[in-house]
Every structure is written in C-alpha cells, then in structure tokens.
Design a protein around this ligand. Structure first.
Ligand SMILES: [Zn+2]
Ligand SMILES: [Zn+2]
Length: 675
C-alpha cells in the first residue's frame, strides 16, 4: 500500500471526480486552499477518483506520523482542518437534500450559488458539461435547466456567450438563494476558455497511485512523475493564508520536501501489498487430491488431472473487504490475497491488468442488444491476456527457485512468458510452430528467449519441450501443467465483477483454445461467492471456438463429459488451434454449471468480425477476440441472449500482430494506387 499520508492544498483548487461503475464522471467536491485529503483513515470508495487541478496547484504532503505529531503539538491546526471538513460536509448535505427535493433547475441554481460562495468571486468558469458532472447528470439536462431559469427570469439572457456563468455579487447570490424561483438573478453566461488540464490522479478513493501532471492545452506535460512545481516555495504561502497555523516543525520534516515526493515512485505501492497467507493446497479438479504448493508441481500426482490453487476464503473474508480492495492501486496485484504469490516484492511487474471495459454501443444497437461490453485485454503488456498468466506464473517459478523454464506455445503465451522471464532474470526456452506470426517470433527474440521453431501445431511443440526438459532439467510450464497462471488469468474475472460493482454480468463470451482464461473467470466468481462478496448469480459462460477446431462445441452439443481430439485442426486463429484442451473435462463442467453454451464460427466470420469491431467500434482485436462478434450474432439470433441482458465479450489480444489477416482490398474499399 501507499504510505499513509495527508495532502493539504496550499495554492490553487482541485475538483474531485469519481468515475461511477457505469463510466460516468461525477464531480463530488472542490478542494480549495486549506482543504485536505488522506489515505490514513480506512475509508474507501468503489469508484475511481481523480483530482483535477483547476489552476496550477501546490499540495503539501505530510506522512501519517508527521501528521499525528503536528495534530498533537498544534491543536489549532486540527481545528482548522475540522472547520474545512464541516464546510464540505455542509455542502454535501445541502446538495443531497436539494437533489431529493427539488427540480433539476433548482439543483443547478444551487450548485451555481455554492460555487460562487465558495470561490468568493463572480465569474465562474464552468461549462454546462462540468455542471452536469458535478451534479451527476447529463449536459442536456443542465442546458435545459439553464434555459428554464432564463425563461423564468432567474438568469439573464444568454446573448452570444453561452458557457461561462458569472454572478455580479456573491452577496446578491446568497440573497437569491433564499428567494423563491422567479426572482431575478443576473447570471451572465459566456463561453469558458480552455482551462489548464493539470491533474493529479488517484485511484480507489484514498490511495495515491500516481502523482503528476498531464498535458494541458497550453503547454507540454510536466511529466508523469514530477512533483508539483514550486512545491517547497509555496508552502509558506499556504501557511500565510491560514494564519493560525504554525508549521515550522512540519516544514523542517523530511515529509515536506520534494526529495521525499520523488522517493515515492508509482510502482512501490504494488510491491508492498501484504503477503497472502491464504493459499492452502493445489487441488485436483478431477479427483480432489491435494498437492503441496510449497514444492514445484505440474499436474495431479494422483491422477494427472488439472491442479487449481485453493484458498482459505473463510479466513480471508474475516480480514479482507471489498472496500479495502477498491482502495488499492489498480492492476492485477490489487487482488494479492487471491493470488498464489508469496513474495510480491520480487514479482516482475510490467503494468499487467486493469484493462479497459468498453461499451459497444454501435455494435449492440446493430444486434438489437442494449448492454454489450468488451474487456480489452489487448491493453496488457505484450498485447494479450497472456501477460496475466505469465506475471503470476513467473513470479511463482521465481519463489520456488526455478531458474530455467521451457514453454510450448501457439504464439502469445511465448512472448508474454519471455517478457516476464526477462524482467525476472529467468531463462526461458520457447518452442513454437513455424507458422507463428513473425511479430510474435520477433518479440520472443527481443526478450532474449531461446526460440526453437517446429513443424506442426502446439502439441508437436509440447513434445519437443517435454523431451528437452527431461534431458536438461528445465521446468515445463506448459498450459495447465503449470498450476498458477490460471490465477493470473482469474483476475480478468475479478476486475470484471468489481467494475460492475460486484454484480456479475449475465453472459460472457470467451474465445476458447486451451480454456485457461475461461476456467480462471469461473474460479474468480466461485471465490468471490465463497467470500460472500457476490450472491448466487453466475455469469453464463460461452466458449467460442473455430469451425475447424471445435472439440468443446461438439462435446457440449452431445452432452459428453469429455471432448475428442481434433485430428487436423484448421483455423486462422492460432489461439483457437488447440486440438484437445488439457482441461477439457473441467471446461465442459463449467459451461454446464453456469448454464452457458458453446458456439463455433468460421474463419470467414472471424475475419469479418475483425473488420466489424475495428470499423464500427474502433477496436482492432486479435482473431480469437474477433470470433466473439459472429458468435454473439448467433446467440442473439437464437434468443440465447435477451436484449436487456448485460453481455461481455472478452477480447484476448490486440490485432496489431495479425495485420496479415487484413490484407488490402479484403472487403474494404481500395484507395487510390500507391505511386
Ligand atoms: Zn487428481
Ligand atoms: Zn495460456
């Protein structure tokens, strides 16, 4: 966790925004000099919080210990802070009662008055959009309310300058607040100029994740990790504005130097999350035999089945809350207790997880659906969801003392493991089919992996790996012979459920080759239910496969408990070219237990899906991810997905490694000839 500390606004003002689970940006309050925020007290919000500076900003940071010392030594300091909190609370109460009792027009008028009073000035640089964000509504409602107020004579006519609200006298504004509607309030409205977009970004309400400035419209970025400019020199200015405070001790303390700020790099919070003591055993999914996670394991020592990490969720529930998770920095490691890694400080971290969840508005309208989303795993390091499995798998290998790993791959697992092996300083041997796309081979070479190409498919690569591991003593980290990557992929499910405010979506479509991600997402929901964080509702999981390699689809259709190996798997989607997924029995059980289904689509449909997602939604997906588009079309047409249901497409990777699947003239208009 980030070190507990208190930030005090010294100069400038800050608007606090929350991002609601629906993705709406809501401004919750404005902090002005003397106001403060903290991550010392255990409170949290489920939403993402941003602090945006409205003008150049100076913040004084006090470490928790310094803060406590100052509070004890200077009671006036504490009183001043309490006064500020009371004022903010009063604002919130006024707004809540207003929202409950009044019309939108009244709410808008009150918001304008509050801003005028707080800022003590007459010109409010606020757009309709910003007012809408403050009030948690949409711009259209605010614009409508403002024209209503205008017609009622409360606002002056707009003239030609529309967007900036100006109040002649705060005193007058205060008086108007007590007057019934219809009294005249001379708001002058004119357009706001471009406001500097300097921002401090925080995550999860109280935990400082990133301190820095984003580019504003008037100048270049000050750089993501720079401390606020003029930090030290502005502290006395703030001390002067709050005259009753004596801060000489605090000013001398190391907490209030730019050097102290520079010593808190972005990634340090992630690495210091408490070690999970909750991993108990590796449980076989087939025979329930338990294996010891403190030793290197591959498959069940009893029956050869798939091993899954198992956690003491009862003990975990007593010590961990949703709010605590929500307050942590974004990314895969925020779910530390639900991950098998013990030594987080040594785990390689390339910024995995926290991928965007995007509403597919145009596509869903086209399909007659209303609530379709895409989780875009293409945003991960190395451009695919494999980064999640590799981050956790390599971290476990490292703490188990394994230093030379080997992996057979159809492509993306190889580059992801190569990247994390590089970051961890572990040797990796990659064996892949010659047909693997060139960008992926290049990635593996760049990451310094030992690359061998074989004729055939991934199972042929697997045989080569097995032989060499036996000969050289390397450790085989093949999919599902390595029991930990599944929990890395599980975080896709954890993020998804958390993003929807712990309400699992109705349906999830998953491109299923090896099926580890599907198993992970199912495991996420089972564990969240065991923690008591979600109810009995389960997302219906849909496995999507290619027509030329559909072992799960066929077995599901016949009601079989296990799938049959496909003799000659054929598809352009390499990730779906898995003749028999190792965990086929488990996958089939999961599809049935969640009342899901399995769908196959043709290569032509996959290509069309790539173009559709890219041209209609602006998302260039890998072929595996794009296969979900035609699959959703099938489900919608069959009535397997109802229009009002919340559907998530899990796009497993970025399309940039697959440009060969979108050749010129392939279904898109040909431009003028290249000379
Ligand atoms: Zn077993
Ligand atoms: Zn994998």
């Amino acid at each position: 966790m980030d070190p507990p500390r208190v930030g005090i606004v010294c100069a400038g003002s800050v608007t606090v925004f929350r991002i609601s689970p629906q993705g709406r940006q809501v401004a919750t309050s404005v902090l002005s000099p003397g106001d403060w925020f903290e991550n010392v007290f255990p409170m949290a919000s489920h939403e993402r919080t941003f602090y945006q500076a409205d003008q150049p900003l100076t913040v004084a940071w006090l470490e928790a210990t310094t803060f406590q010392r100052v509070m004890r030594t200077y009671p006036d300091f504490g009183l001043e802070l309490i006064r500020g909190q009371v004022r903010r609370l009063a604002d919130v109460e006024a707004r809540v009662s207003q929202n409950a009792l009044d019309t939108v027009a009244g709410t808008v008028a009150l918001a304008i008055l509050q801003m005028a009073e707080r800022e003590g000035r007459t010109d409010l640089h606020v757009t309709h959009e910003e007012l809408a964000q403050r009030l948690g509504t949409v711009r259209e409602s605010v614009s409508l309310a403002i024209s209503k107020l205008r017609r009622a004579g409360v606002l002056a006519p707009a003239r030609n300058r529309k967007r900036l609200i100006s109040i002649p006298e705060p005193a007058e504004a205060r008086a108007v607040r007590r007057l019934p509607r219809g009294e005249r309030l001379a708001f002058r409205i004119r357009r706001a100029g471009g406001m500097p977009g300097r921002a401090l970004e925080f995550a999860g309400g109280h935990t400082v994740q990133r301190i820095g400035f984003v580019a504003d419209r008037h100048g270049p970025s000050a750089g993501g990790r720079d401390p606020p400019p003029n930090f030290a020199s502005n502290v006395p200015a703030w001390a002067a504005t709050t005259r009753s405070l004596v801060l000489s001790n605090a000013l001398r303390s190391p907490a209030l130097t730019t050097a102290a700020l520079a010593r808190s790099p972005e990634r340090s919070p992630v690495r210091s999350v408490t070690v999970s003591p909750f991993l108990t055993v590796l449980r076989c999914a087939e025979c329930a035999h338990a294996d010891d996670p403190r030793r290197p394991q591959t498959v069940c020592t009893h029956c050869g089945g798939t091993l899954l990490p198992e956690y003491d969720t009862t003990a975990m529930a007593a010590r961990l809350s949703k709010a605590e998770v929500a307050a942590r920095p974004r990314g895969l490691w925020r779910y530390a207790e639900l991950l098998p890694v013990g030594d987080l400080a040594r785990a390689p971290n390339l910024g995995e997880g926290d991928t965007p969840l995007l509403p597919l508005r145009r596509l869903s309208a086209h399909l007659g659906l209303r609530d379709v989303w895409l989780k875009d795993e293409g945003a991960n390091p190395t451009g695919t969801f494999k980064a999640r499995g590799a981050a956790v798998g390599v971290a476990r290998a490292l703490e188990l003392g394994l230093r030379e790993l080997a992996i057979p791959t159809a492509g993306n697992a190889g580059s992801a493991w190569a990247a994390y092996a590089a970051a961890a300083g572990v040797t990796l041997h990659v064996v892949m089919p010659v047909e693997t796309p060139e960008p992926i081979k290049a990635e593996c070479r760049a990451y310094g992996a030992d690359v061998t190409e074989v004729r055939g498919v991934i199972s042929d690569a697997g045989r080569v790996v097995a032989a060499r591991c036996a000969a050289h003593g390397w450790f085989d980290v093949s999919t599902m012979k390595e029991p930990y990557r599944v929990d890395g992929k599980k975080t896709m499910g954890l993020e998804l459920v958390e993003a929807f405010d712990w309400d699992p979506p109705d349906v999830l479509l998953y491109p299923t080759g090896g099926g580890v991600g599907l198993i992970g997402i199912w495991k996420a929901m089972e564990e969240l239910a065991a923690l008591g964080w979600i109810d009995a509702k389960r997302t219906r999981l849909v496995a999507v496969q290619a027509a030329g390699c559909r072992p799960i689809v066929d077995a599901f259709a016949t009601g079989a408990a296990s799938a049959q190996r496909v003799a000659d798997p054929q598809t352009i989607a390499a990730g779906l070219r898995v003749p028999l997924p190792f965990a086929h029995r488990l996958i089939l059980r999961i599809l049935r237990a969640t009342r899901g289904t399995a769908v196959a689509v043709s290569d032509a449909e996959i290509r069309a899906g790539m173009r559709t997602l890219a041209s209609v939604e602006g998302i260039f997906a890998c072929p595996e991810g794009a296969s979900l588009v035609p699959a959703l079309q099938v489900l919608a047409a069959r009535g397997d997905v109802r229009p009002e249901e919340r559907v998530v497409l899990l796009n497993t990777g970025n399309g940039l490694k697959y440009t060969h699947l979108v050749p010129p003239g392939d279904g898109v208009p040909i431009g003028p000839p290249v000379v």
